[in-house]
Design a binder for this molecule. Structure first.
Ligand SMILES: NC(=O)c1ccc[n+]([C@@H]2O[C@H](COP(=O)([O-])OP(=O)(O)OC[C@H]3O[C@@H](n4cnc5c(N)ncnc54)[C@H](O)[C@@H]3O)[C@@H](O)[C@H]2O)c1
Ligand SMILES: O=CCc1c[nH]cn1
Length: 485
């Protein structure tokens, strides 16, 4: 393999690569072939201690700098990331199996957007003056301190930046623990931030499974935890963080509805359903996996969808012509196969896909089920793979109620030409990130996050600043102090 996927060491701590082979071995598997492409070791207690000590030291130094100076470092990191986009995208494809066609435009570029955006905001993070009628007060926006980021495996570069950029802009330090399935890309983010001028220790990356994450979450010197992961992990991490009264952001799973009304522009709706189910081989948290189609257009919708699926190019993800890569792991493919089997067994109609191709790599065909009912397992549980469930509806109020009948609330989308209906329906959907005549856009300027079991807090946009800073208020008395005695 011409590209060297083996990192210099497992961790990036205090401005340098750090190794400690006493930790548990993590083999990094290339999802397209099943080959081991790198070996890293889970962080030992010594590595965790080095990350915490250097993180706290760097945070004090960083918080003492002006916002403008901090922003300059982040914007420089964004520039480096863009310059190195091709190399970073190839690595993202090795780490995740996502097609290079996607990683070239959606991963390091999205990370760079976050660094640039929050770098731009850093100099304008202020408090306010409050007139108290003679006396006055003011507020100071202060960093939280040492933040921990814990990542999922679907967007390793993006997640490392979506958490790191706002944290650093606000004057915090971060220890980031990537998913053990995709440990490679975040190391590059740490390298780049260091090269851009971040103090040593400000953004440390340490490897490990849930146990390492658990140690970070319960560490008293950690002030905030931001997790991207599943709802069950979110429940555990949220509870553990609450013990230490830590700030949290929880970006969790979903089972989001995408509603296609009878007046929708069908090709756009089909395009939205494809983007919302098959991008990144279906491994996107916000996917619109419950596609509610008005019964009067069901046949037309399915016919167009089937036609468009002829454009699937499944194969070597490093080939830019490929638009569907493998699942991230054998385990994830097994999970998806289990859901496809359940869909068939519970009576859904298989319209496309449903098979696991022979050969190496964790490939599975993009799959569409029609005649899905609300009670079926594939309509209730997050699959996190390329499985679209098409349900039908007849009435607006009915579809809103059914769309909301889930514990999740990450995303929702509506396709209609009726602009009043679009806003009326979106207004009633219980979801954090919504789309009208589109699906799965995630620009850094808009808040991203869920309601109900899908999460707490928001990433991206000015909203993220609230989750990485806190206000100190100061009362200033101008006259004498009156007291009872
Ligand atoms: N809302 C979002 O922004 C978003 C984005 C991407 C993925 N996700 C969700 O992530 C899930 C898929 O990712 P996954 O399989 O990596 O999720 P996961 O919950 O299995 O793991 C997520 C991370 O948590 C760590 N972890 C596990 N147990 C822990 C513990 N007890 N304490 C601390 N850390 C622990 C893991 O090592 C990993 O780094 C899906 O549910 C998906 O919807 C959500
Ligand atoms: O996987 C969830 C986050 C996301 C959504 N779109 C791009 N990234």
């Amino acid at each position: 393999m011409a590209y060297d996927t083996q990192p210099k060491a497992s961790h990036f701590v205090d401005g340098a690569y750090l190794e400690d082979t006493a930790g548990e071995l993590i083999e990094v598997i290339y999802p397209a072939t099943g080959e081991v492409i790198a070996r890293v070791y889970a962080a030992t207690d010594a590595v965790i201690e080095a990350a915490i000590t250097s993180g706290r030291r760097a945070q004090a130094q960083w918080a003492a700098m002006s916002g403008t100076e901090r922003g300059r470092v982040l914007r420089r990191a964004a520039d480096i990331m863009r310059e190195r986009n091709h190399e970073l995208s190839v690595l993202e494809t090795f780490d995740t199996g996502k097609p290079l066609q996607e990683t070239l435009v959606a991963d390091a570029t999205s990370g760079a957007d976050a660094l640039e955006y929050f770098g731009g905001l850093a100099g304008s993070l202020t408090g306010e003056h409050v007139n108290l009628g003679g006396d006055w007060g003011y507020t100071v926006r202060e960093p939280l301190g040492l933040c921990v980021g814990i990542g999922a495996w679907n967007y390793p570069t993006q997640i490392a930046c979506w958490k790191g950029a706002p944290a650093l802009a606000c004057g915090n330090a971060m220890i980031f623990k990537p998913s053990e399935t995709t440990p490679l890309c975040a190391l590059k983010v740490a390298e780049i931030l260091h090269e851009a001028g971040a103090p040593a220790g400000l953004y440390n990356v340490i490897q490990g499974m849930g146990a390492v994450g658990g140690k970070l979450v319960t560490e008293p010197r950690v002030d905030k935890v931001s997790l991207t992961g599943s709802v069950p992990t979110g429940r555990k991490v949220y509870a553990a963080a609450a013990e230490g009264m830590k700030h949290v952001t929880m970006e969790l799973g979903g089972k989001s509805p995408l509603i296609v009304f009878e007046d929708a522009e069908i090709d756009n709706a089909v395009g939205g359903a494809i983007n919302g189910n098959f991008y990144s081989t279906g491994q996107v948290c916000s996917n619109g996996t419950r596609v509610f189609v008005h019964s009067s257009i069901k046949d037309a919708f399915l016919a167009r969808l089937k036609g468009r699926m002829a454009g699937i190019v499944m194969g070597d993800p490093q080939d830019e012509a490929t638009n569907i890569g493998p699942m991230v792991s054998q385990r994830q493919r097994d999970i998806v196969e289990g859901y496809i089997a359940k869909g068939k067994a519970e009576g859904a109609t298989l319209i496309a896909g449903g098979e696991t191709p022979e050969g190496a790599g964790f490939y599975i065909q993009p799959t569409v089920f029609a005649d899905v009912t609300d009670e079926m397992t594939i309509a209730r549980e997050e699959i996190f793979g390329p499985v679209m469930a098409v349900l039908t509806f007849d009435d607006e109020a009915e579809v809103i109620a059914r769309a909301n009948a889930t514990e999740f609330g990450l995303s929702a989308g509506v396709f209609t030409r009726d602009i009043s209906r679009a806003h009326r329906v979106i207004g009633q959907l219980r979801a954090g990130s919504c789309f009208i005549n589109s699906y799965n856009d995630a620009p850094v300027e808009l808040p991203f996050g869920g309601v109900k079991a899908s999460g707490v807090g928001r990433e991206n946009s000015k909203a993220a600043i609230e989750h990485y800073s806190q206000l100190k208020s100061v009362y200033v008395r101008m006259g004498d102090v009156e007291a009872a005695f």
